[in-house]
Design a protein around this ligand. Structure first.
Ligand code: BES
Ligand code: ZN
Ligand code: ZN
Length: 500
């Protein structure tokens, strides 16, 4: 993975900004802050001159460049639009920072400076603003270039971004945000790797590395072991592949001894061909991303290893390929999950829920968690319903769901709740087994959630269908085209807000 090496800060009144590039934020009202005014004075009114023109309107994401040759001025000044003051929030700050770093990289600038964009109009603390700008800078700089052997000169990574502020910026905030951004980008990397590289075995190795670094336990169960333990869901899905499947378990104890843990469970299908109910070949390559749920869980533990929050946490990744091999499970087969429930498989492409059935029932039975949250690129229907802009969230505890939605508003990883009424569970009843793995026509995201609900017992639980949010097909200010790493920042915020 490649990203900005460091974010630093400098206390300044803007009268002497001797950088190759300085990025300033401008709202649609085009009012200058006192520091920007100082800069304008030093630049003989060059800034206010440009703002008088209509071509730069300060709209969110709009940019304009000015060049200078004077000693005490930067070589280039990048104006970044911040939109309307009324709409301003931390996510606009992250977006401005992402726009700034991408612009710096396109100009091949090693060291550049940015403001705490729009700070004067923000209701958030300087600490929160610093974290948002740091996140935007790091996440926006991300590139996955490992497989490029040619045109290497086109690849450029900036080295350092300096946050300018009239007040002292706390380096602890930069460190915390950097750790969380690195964890999100680690999750992005896992998604970027193709399935011939990122096998379930490699996932398990990555989990072990994280656990070693964080000083916590990681146990990996192989096919024979987890089948013997009663995990017929994951076992069933894994029957058609020769690539060894893994049940990955991480146990972190940062909280009080005996306190119920928070459990995270992720769908880790490293490639989803659909199995015997095979997918059309068009876009099948995209299904290397079907492990993003497990990627989020590993990413969360990556951040936990660095930040050591005061909680007890369980992380589970259920990982296998879904392939149509000679031993593959077939439509009509009946599987038995870890909690003993039997499942009639009517479509082998609805495999994620089968693997998750074991992960969820294992966590709920063995750990009796305080909360359980799962992530999965579970249904194409989630993309139809919400596109890429929001994760579909459902659960059996409205307070938990609401708290996660709030965390999403804060981090910009938005979630939107779908109903999980008992009527939907009726639609998942099988004639021959306890449940079936597909519902009636329609509401595909909800029926998948209703299926999962069968495996959570009494545990307070939320299901996040990230099928639409795990991957962007177009550049976003701080999510370059490709995997987003969704879930990591969201959960780190949620954990931060949990009553201690
Ligand atoms: N991994 C897919 C979900 C998916 C599909 C994510 C397209 C993103 C884009 C999942 O395993 C799947 O194939 N789900 C089926 C379920 C259906 C057979 C009930 C789907 O969504 O079509
Ligand atoms: Zn599938
Ligand atoms: Zn899938």
């Amino acid at each position: 993975m490649a990203y900005l090496e460091k974010v630093t800060s400098a206390k300044t009144d803007y009268s002497n900004l001797n950088y190759s590039l300085v990025c300033l934020g401008i709202f649609e009202d085009k009012e200058l802050t006192s520091a920007q005014q100082k800069f304008d004075d030093a630049a003989n009114g060059a800034l206010s001159d440009v703002l008088e023109n209509e071509d730069f309107r300060g709209e969110s994401g709009q940019v304009e460049v000015l060049h200078f040759t004077q000693e005490n001025l930067p070589k280039r000044l990048l104006l970044v639009g911040l939109g309307k003051k009324d709409n301003f929030n931390l996510n606009e700050m992250r977006k401005a920072a992402g726009t700034a770093v991408r612009n710096a990289q396109s100009r091949k600038i090693e060291t550049f400076a940015v403001e705490l964009f729009g700070s004067e109009a923000s209701d958030n603390s300087i600490s929160e603003q610093t974290q948002a700008v740091t996140e935007g800078l790091m996440l926006g700089s991300y590139q996955f270039t490992e497989y490029k052997t040619q045109d290497k000169d086109k690849i450029f990574l900036s080295k350092e971004a300096v946050i300018l502020s009239e007040n002292e910026v706390n380096s602890k905030d930069i460190e915390r945000a950097s750790a969380i951004a690195r964890a999100s980008m680690f999750a992005r990397d896992l998604a970027s790797y193709p399935s011939n590289e990122l096998t379930p075995g490699r996932m398990a190795d990555e989990a072990k590395k994280i656990a070693k670094r964080g000083g916590f336990k990681c146990t990996v169960y192989d096919r024979e072991q987890f089948e013997k333990m009663g995990m017929g869901g994951l076992g069933g899905v894994a029957k058609g592949t020769d690539e060894p499947p893994k049940f990955i378990l991480m146990e972190y104890n940062g909280g009080k001894k005996g306190d119920a843990p928070v459990a995270f469970v992720g769908k880790g299908i490293t490639f989803d061909s659909g199995g015997i109910s095979i997918k059309p070949s068009k876009s099948m390559d995209e299904m290397k991303f079907d492990m993003c749920g497990a990627g989020a869980v590993l990413g969360i533990f990556h951040a936990i290893a660095d930040l050591k929050p005061e909680i007890n946490g369980i992380g589970i990744a259920v990982s296998t390929e879904n392939m149509p091999g000679g031993h593959a499970y077939k439509p009509g087969d009946i599987l038995k999950a870890y909690n003993g429930k039997t499942i009639e498989v009517l479509n082998t492409d609805a495999e994620g829920r089968l693997a998750l059935a074991d992960g969820l029932s294992y966590a709920s039975k063995e750990y009796n968690p305080k909360y359980m949250v799962n992530f999965a690129t579970l249904t194409g229907a989630a993309v139809v319903a919400l596109g890429h802009r929001a994760t579909a969230i459902m659960g059996n505890d409205d307070d938990l769901v609401k708290d996660i939605i709030d965390a999403g508003e804060y981090t910009g990883e938005r979630c939107w709740q779908l109903p999980l009424w008992d009527d939907y569970s009726q639609d998942m009843k099988s004639e021959i087994a306890d449940v079936k793995n597909i519902g009636l026509q329609g509401a595909g995201t909800i029926t998948a959630g209703a299926f999962l609900k069968e495996f959570v017992g009494e545990t307070k639980w939320a299901h996040l269908d990230i099928a639409g949010t795990a991957w962007w097909s177009e550049d976003q200010p701080y999510v370059p085209k490709g995997p987003s790493g969704v879930g990591v920042r969201l959960i780190m915020r949620w954990l931060d807000q949990l009553p201690k």
